[in-house]
Design a protein around this ligand. Structure first.
Ligand code: SF4
Length: 422
């Protein structure tokens, strides 16, 4: 059962009761624009080995090559979605191996790019994570079974216990008796998206044994240390900058106040398509509390700056509210390159920072000063080896070769395949 709209619009208690069975998968789309329910997940694909139900969070870089190969083999695509490609790859390999695990392994070797996949085939449920582990994926135990979810908070709402993260390159099968593990691919270095810790994951999530809230506090503290400022108030940009702001205020001993109030009935601007819609929305979205701000030197703290539209408007609003000085501190290094690995930052012209100095960014934001955390500072705050993180959007170096980007540190597709043999 699937449709367009909010979960609460698609499902109600009556429709949920109609869903019978002992295994299931589900998907909520967040950023991708979908205009037809046919593109909504899960996908159910009829293949020569029966129906495969599949949902995924992925950005398959070589998807067009895979489609072409599958078409040559006679597969006809109904929608041409990545899910359909994955299902046909499995079906194809099933004809060769007659074993779903071997078929999944063969599919994994062909997919280049990040993916977390949940599959139901003939009553068996599998969770699959790409060998780089770009996106989080974890396993939980319910009172009467097991679950794999893309964020640990999904387990919290089910009152389930977080067991562990799915290991990059691992396939888990959820059975009545437990979780069976099959390590299909091994890479020396992983590439967890560092932006999950900065912005994407919910603050109450836990990724790789690190609480996102605590990481964000450390990011803010480090940013404060690296970019000292003479100010009287730290003001978080709600809600994205709050945990970073707590960290920065703790480090700098500048008092934190909630000087900006968010209108909770407006959607996030990040996912709105039109620049005009974004401009209007930002004005309506956040309102300064004048009597807190008037006459003060303030530091605004946010997690990141994408286009700069929101931050510029906020700086101007805080100035109009009578602030003496407005400084900006950001808990991420400048975003200078697109993301090809699943985050909706497709081109450099969608970003504010490429080609600009920090001073120029400050001028553009009309702020008295701007300070970003350094790349090494962010790595320290996340507390994982730099070699195990993807930081492509702040370094321009990606863990796999991607179209239209060339960089001496990138790996070629052949190198990728070679490293992932086994
Ligand atoms: S390029 Fe940036 S947003 Fe994309 S996966 Fe890498 S770190 Fe995450």
């Amino acid at each position: 059962m699937k449709d367009l709209g909010l979960v609460s619009e698609v499902f109600d208690s009556k429709s949920i009761k109609k869903l019978k069975g002992k295994a299931g998968i589900g998907h909520v789309n967040y950023t991708k624009k979908i205009t037809s329910r046919d593109y909504a997940q899960p996908h159910v694909v009829s293949t020569s080995v029966g129906e495969i139900a599949l949902c995924h969070n992925s950005a398959i870089i070589n998807v067009e090559d895979l489609k072409r190969d599958l078409r040559i083999k006679g597969h006809v695509f109904l929608k041409g979605s990545e899910g359909e490609v994955m299902a046909y790859l499995i079906a194809d390999e099933m004809e060769r191996f007659h074993d779903i695990l071997k078929a999944i392994k063969a599919m994994m070797r062909k997919l280049v790019g990040p993916y977390c996949i949940a599959i139901v085939h003939e009553g068996r449920v599998f969770g699959i994570r790409d060998p780089y582990g770009v996106r989080p994926f974890c396993i939980g135990e319910l009172t009467n079974g097991f679950a794999v979810v893309s964020e640990s908070v999904g387990l919290d709402v089910l009152d389930a216990k977080l067991l562990r993260d799915v290991i990059p390159g691992e396939v888990v099968e959820l059975t009545e008796n437990g979780v069976e593990s099959h390590q299909m691919m091994n890479r020396k270095n992983k590439a967890l998206c560092f932006f999950e810790y900065i912005y994407i994951a919910r603050t109450d999530s836990k990724i790789d044994d690190r609480f996102v809230y605590e990481v964000r506090q450390r990011l803010g503290a480090r940013c404060g240390k690296e970019n000292p400022v003479d100010a009287e108030l730290v003001i978080p940009v709600p809600d994205s900058g709050r945990s970073h702001a707590y960290g920065l205020a703790g480090e700098t001993k500048i008092p934190l106040v909630e000087g900006l109030i968010k209108n909770r009935y407006v959607y996030r601007t990040f996912i709105m398509p039109e620049q005009r819609t974004r401009d209007i929305s930002v004005r309506e979205k956040i309102n300064p509390i004048v009597n807190i701000i008037r006459g003060k030197k303030v530091v605004l703290v946010d997690d990141s700056i994408v286009r700069g539209t929101t931050m510029r408007r906020i700086v101007q609003a805080v100035r109009s509210a009578g602030a003496k000085e407005v400084h900006v501190r950001i808990g991420s290094p400048p975003l200078i390159a697109p993301c090809y690995l699943g985050v909706d930052l497709k081109t450099r012209d969608q970003l504010m920072a490429p080609g600009k100095t920090v001073e120029e960014i400050g001028e553009s934001l009309t702020a008295d000063s701007v300070g970003y955390i350094s790349i090494d500072g962010a790595v320290d705050a996340i507390d994982k080896p730099k070699a195990d993180l993807c930081m492509g959007c702040v370094t321009g170096k990606y863990p796999v070769n991607v179209p239209f980007e060339s960089h001496r540190f990138q790996k070629s597709l052949d190198q990728y395949k070679e490293e992932n043999e086994g």
